[in-house]
Design a protein around this ligand. Structure first.
Ligand code: GLN
Ligand code: ZN
Length: 781
């Protein structure tokens, strides 16, 4: 490094060479869209319901943007983002910007762009919506663009230009943010019916003129800088993609009428894409330096830094809720100062992924609340870091930060000696069932006496309006605990009676007491905090409030045993106990960043192990531990995957291996394709696994068979995501189809997933037909 820059843990001095003082500024990549009280959700849903006109919706949205920019500027952000705001989803906005509206939506979109936009998101009677999938490894879902060899792009810059004009007219210094062309193409899927070898990336040369035009219009509207988000480049990409990246940014930076270009990446390290971007003529890079992306620091030094370019350094974790270690970030920034022409400070990614403000959380103990940073607190940290770097006196804030970090690391919440001691003595055999599957399955069959092709469900039954009312009544104090419990028991009675009548073989209690499969357990385990207003966007107008896993985890009392035992008392058929697995509990919460995830998973696994043991002791012969998120949290880079799969599958086995040979362990997975992690699915060593399979017509069953998967499988035959009740004939077809890859003595018959989003009018007949179909196929075995 050329200049003499030092940073110390004591924090006295970050820049010893103060001439010239660096001019670091604070910025953000994006901001929560919903507004302080989820005003956006209300406005959009109000528009859908006809309570608001299109103009009223647009006015409400503009008001939310204005408030957000004013707040950011007031907090010290030097350059506010525009275009990150969206009425539904920013990838869908990019579909509009590039003119890539699918043919089936074209007419409606041209007739009314607002209704056409929502039609693409939600579908209509005649046109299916775009598919939705997870945005990298976050819990945000975007709409998947559909492209084909015939796609004709056409620039429509009204959205990005409009938002920029608003910000500029309000006097803000603004930086439009767009999804970059390479990421846009990599996130797209081929339209149905295109040749199998078609790749959307092949459309790059057709797409670049659209970006050129949008950039020119943004420049004309006053944009000095434009940010192009390329998070796809933090995944392992082929030389072809890297070449395309070089070509794209070569062309865009070669334009004469263009703003300065900032290419942003986040969620992991840039890896082999870093030299490509560093060599290109773009004017700056925004990079993530948190979590696995911390490796960007060394890599940047290795390529000789970014001389003459602007670097926006993401040193404040934009997707978790913990306060920053300011001194450590200052040390990182001090190193980066020597590697770049101009250094700015930012959160690592858009703050879309965190709640708005910790100040709204009155129920969280203030001693704990001071360890938390939501979007507004992250901005304050970012501004502090920029000031510290520029020579400002931030000593009081550094001491407060140091004290808060120390209180977190010393707290009894984060250090429960009993939990620590128990984790420390976990031995490999604790995570292994002593008997092989072949022996277990004989013992289980002797106990359960199931027919061939046994039928079961995935756990939840319809969450009726009455159940939601009962929960609301309990919260509001209109009914007391015993009255609420009686309503739940009544629901369990109905659910068990229905299943007996329908002829299912392994019953469930139906999960009527569960609001959510993670929250229900988070409320009963120690170490988890609930927020009151910690909403984050999941997709469109759907927001979730993930629990915060803040401390050591233990289970003070049984969580599900009473309900399961009650259900079992009503029937002689086996009732399956239902738990959410350790990986899924982590994946759908904000997790600790002060210890390895593997450690947190192990604590959760041991707490679940206690629950499994209590279920078994209460007479439960079948226990299901759901892990729908196992595939979701797979690290973005392949090199990190084996370690993840190792601890993730070990946590599942630790939770489930303490049982007798004749207790049957089930697991369930959905929402993803598991074909590339079959070894991990196998490593769970579950006796029975149920999987989503109806839409792929048993695709996963074939993949498991091809891999020699040795245990029992229930590929879903009823697609619960569709309101339609399948005909018995369709179900027998799918069962016959499954029998081609799974032998009859290892095949289970079940729906794709839980039934909580269906009505009884749909789920009832569907399950009756499912058991009828199983009986019919059995008769012909
Ligand atoms: N047991 C849960 C249910 O049936 C599983 C939910 C899920 O897989 N997402 O609702
Ligand atoms: Zn499921």
């Amino acid at each position: 490094m050329s200049r003499d820059l030092t940073a110390t843990r004591e924090g006295q001095s970050y820049v010893t060479d103060r001439s010239p003082t660096p001019q670091a500024r604070a910025t953000v990549h994006g901001w929560p869209r919903q507004g302080p009280s989820r005003e956006l959700k209300k406005a959009v849903e109000g528009y859908w319901a006809g309570r608001l006109t299109g103009d009223e919706l647009r006015t409400a949205a503009a008001g939310l943007r204005r408030t957000a920019w004013q707040w950011l500027t007031g907090a010290g952000v030097a350059e506010v983002p525009t275009g990150d705001f969206s009425l539904y989803d920013h990838v869908l906005d990019t579909v509009v910007m590039t003119g890539a509206v699918p043919a089936r939506h074209r007419e409606a979109f041209d007739a009314d762009p607002l209704d056409g936009y929502f039609a693409m998101a939600r579908g209509t009677d005649t046109a299916a919506p775009l598919e939705m999938t997870k945005w990298f490894d976050t819990n945000y879902h975007y709409l998947v663009p559909e492209l084909g060899p015939d796609t004709v792009f056409a620039a429509d810059a009204r959205g990005p230009v409009g938002q920029l004009r608003e910000a500029v007219s309000l006097g803000h210094s603004a930086r439009p943010v767009l999804v970059g062309p390479v990421t846009f193409l990599l996130l797209s899927k081929p339209v149905p019916g295109t040749p199998a070898d078609f790749r959307p990336l092949a459309l790059l040369d057709r797409l670049l003129p659209v970006y050129a035009q949008v950039l020119a219009e943004l420049r004309a509207a006053g944009a000095d800088w434009v940010q192009l988000d390329e998070p796809a480049l933090v995944q392992d990409q082929s030389p072809a993609v890297l070449d395309a990246t070089a070509r794209a940014y070569g062309k865009l930076s070669g334009l004469t009428h263009r703003p300065r270009l900032l290419v942003a990446s986040y969620f992991d390290r840039l890896g082999e894409a870093l030299p490509v971007l560093a060599r290109s003529a773009v004017d700056g890079l925004a990079m993530d330096f948190t979590g696995p992306a911390a490796a960007n620091l060394e890599a940047l030094a290795a390529v000789g830094g970014l001389p003459g370019k602007r670097l926006v350094a993401g040193v404040v974790d934009g997707r978790n809720v913990w306060i920053n270690d300011l001194e450590r970030s200052l040390a990182t920034l001090a190193t980066l100062l020597g590697l770049t022409g101009r250094l700015d400070v930012a959160p690592s990614c858009s703050l879309l992924h965190v709640p708005l403000d910790t100040a709204a959380e009155r129920d969280i103990d203030p001693q704990v609340a001071r360890w938390l940073a939501f979007a507004r607190q992250k901005v304050a940290e970012t501004v502090t870091l920029a000031q510290g770097l520029t020579g400002g006196d931030i000593t009081p804030r550094l001491s407060a930060n140091r004290a808060a970090l120390a209180s977190r690391s010393r707290s009894a919440l984060t250090h429960d000696p009993a939990v620590r001691a128990r984790c420390a003595v976990v031995a490999p055999e604790d995570a292994r069932r002593p008997e092989p599957f072949a022996l277990r399955s004989v013992a289980q069959q002797a106990r359960l006496r199931l027919p061939p092709l046994p039928t079961t469900s995935i756990g939840s039954f319809p969450q009726t309006r009455e159940l939601r009312v009962a929960r609301a009544d309990l919260r509001a104090g209109r009914i007391d605990g015993p009255a609420y419990e009686e309503r739940i028991r009544a629901e369990i009675r109905d659910t068990v009676a229905f299943q007996e009548k329908a002829g299912l073989d392994v019953l469930v209690h139906g999960e009527p007491e569960r609001n959510d499969m993670v929250q229900y357990f988070a409320e009963q385990l120690t170490g988890f905090l609930a927020t009151r207003h910690g909403w984050v966007q999941s997709y469109g107008t759907r927001y979730v409030r993930p629990p915060i896993l803040a401390g050591d985890v233990s289970r003070p009392a049984p969580m599900t045993v009473d309900w399961t035992s009650y259900a079992q008392s009503l029937t002689v058929r086996p009732v399956k106990g239902m738990l959410t697995g350790p990986v899924t509990l982590l994946a759908w919460s904000f997790v600790r960043d002060d210890q390895p995830l593997a450690e947190t998973a192990r604590q959760v696994a041991l707490a679940l192990r206690d629950e499994v043991a209590d279920l078994e002791a209460a007479g439960t012969a079948v226990v299901q531990v759901d892990e729908p998120a196992l595939r979701e949290t797979l690290p973005l880079r392949a090199t990190a995957r084996p370690a993840y799969l190792q601890w993730a599958t070990e946590a599942f086995r630790l939770a489930t291996s303490g049982v007798r040979a004749d207790t049957q362990v089930h697991t369930h997975m959905c929402y993803a394709e598991f074909g590339d992690i079959i070894d991990a699915v196998d490593a769970l060593d579950a006796d029975v696994i149920s999987l989503e399979a109806a839409r792929s017509r048993m695709g996963i069953a074939d993949e498991l068979a091809a891999a020699g998967y040795p245990r029992a499988v229930g590929p879903g035959v009823y697609d619960i995501h569709a309101p339609r009740v399948p005909e018995e004939r369709e179900l027998t077809d799918l069962i016959d189809r499954a029998l081609l890859s799974v032998p009859a003595d290892r095949l289970w018959i079940n729906p794709d997933c839980g039934l909580k989003t269906r009505s009884w009018a749909e789920a009832g007949p569907a399950l009756e037909r499912l058991t009828a179909a199983a009986r019919r196929v059995r008769a012909n075995l």
